[in-house]
Design a protein around this ligand. Structure first.
Ligand SMILES: [Zn+2]
Length: 262
């Protein structure tokens, strides 16, 4: 039987990095060095025999700002064509799952169609599919999920795919990811899901469990986010990244191609 014998978060005061250490049975323990700016990641606390993650002050500020700027949009006006259902890739977080399923069920019923929610789960949600994802590096999880999605499209005839992240997410917190990192990996995952079949519609959604108990599902457009980053995001938070997020997504390059010599 497998059991996690010991698990802890270690914040290195010297490097401002967080390291998750855990040891399973007698297997080697391993640690995952995380991103800098540890003070702004969601706080994970040990409570009642398990870890509970709460929204960080930084993520709360970013969420409020992205709401103000219309980057995180209410689902109204983005009525998905749910006639044949939706394939949802999200984190299995047991504290949030019911709200997400009930939301999609309600949206389908309001649209006058039978809910068909085809759920694919992985800790951290769609981020596991992103290029360079730190979630499960070199374990083939991205390929596994992409195969699952392609199969779901084929087996169920569903052509709407929802690539999702949520906050606060224990997996993201353990890796030191802020909402900005999560959105970038989400956008990268969208590109890879599109590669399966460009005719599939891929939407990005963000579920947020606010400290006051409200739970909301938002739509985030890749184009709006890119425009926002160019206009304001880069000035506000660009220093947090060693590689600009738009470069990571292949939207901009540092060295433009040299002009043709012809
Ligand atoms: Zn999660």
């Amino acid at each position: 039987m497998t059991s996690v014998e010991h698990s802890f978060l270690f914040k290195s005061p010297k490097e401002d990095r967080v390291i998750l250490c855990f040891f399973i049975n007698n297997l080697e323990g391993f640690s995952l060095p995380c991103y800098p700016f540890a003070s702004s990641i969601p706080e994970t606390i040990f409570h009642d025999g398990g870890f509970v993650t709460v929204l960080s002050e930084f993520d709360r500020e970013v969420v409020n700002f992205l709401r103000q700027e219309g980057v995180l949009e209410d689902m109204n006006g983005h009525s998905l064509d749910l006639g044949r259902g939706v394939i949802v890739i999200r984190c299995p977080d047991g504290d949030q799952m019911l709200d997400r399923i009930e939301h999609d069920r309600r949206v389908a019923i309001e649209a006058g169609v039978t809910p068909r929610i085809h759920l694919l789960t992985c800790h951290g949600g769609c981020m596991a599919i992103a290029h360079g994802s730190p979630l499960y590096p070199d374990m083939g999880i991205d390929r596994f999920l992409l195969i699952q999605i392609a199969e779901a499209v084929m087996l169920k005839g569903i052509h709407v795919i929802s690539a999702e992240i949520h906050l606060p997410c224990g997996k993201a917190a353990n890796l030191g990811l802020t909402i900005l990192d999560q959105i970038i990996f989400q956008m990268s995952s969208k590109s890879r899901i599109k590669e399966i079949d460009p005719t599939n519609k891929v939407v990005c959604r963000v579920h947020i469990d606010y400290p006051d108990g409200r739970k909301r599902t938002y739509f985030i457009s890749r184009n709006h986010w890119i425009q926002f980053w160019r206009d304001k995001g880069r000035d506000l938070w660009g220093r947090r990244f060693t590689i600009d997020p738009l470069q990571t997504l292949g939207v901009e390059t540092v060295f433009p191609p040299s002009p043709s010599r012809v």
